[in-house]
Design a protein around this ligand. Structure first.
Ligand code: FES
Length: 98
């Protein structure tokens, strides 16, 4: 009798967990975090283009979207990485020495 009650309790808990997990993991209700938190939010797509001839010997571009000088890196990725455990860093383009 005690074993039957325990099994019934476990079954009820599993049924409740299953129904709640379907809601929690449902694609329609799942919200994925955004990369861009506040840059040009009125723009449907943030794009930057540069002529290769205009780049100096080195250009450092932000990939974490936290730079105050976006699209250039200002080192804000370090704080982001420290706060989140992430590991993002800049894209560095260097001109080869001739
Ligand atoms: S500030 Fe974003 S990669 Fe450096």
């Amino acid at each position: 009798m005690l074993l039957d009650n325990n099994i019934n309790t476990i079954l009820i808990i599993l049924q409740q967990w299953e129904s709640s997990s379907k809601t929690f993991f449902s694609k329609s209700k799942c919200v994925k975090p955004k990369v861009n938190l506040d840059l040009q939010k009125d723009n449907p797509k943030v794009v930057h283009a540069f002529d290769i001839e205009d780049l100096g010997d080195e250009a450092v571009y932000c990939r974490c979207w936290r730079s105050k000088k976006f699209p250039y890196c200002d080192g804000a990725h370090a704080k982001h990485n420290q706060e989140t455990g992430d590991n993002v860093g800049p894209l560095i383009i260097k001109r080869k020495e001739a």
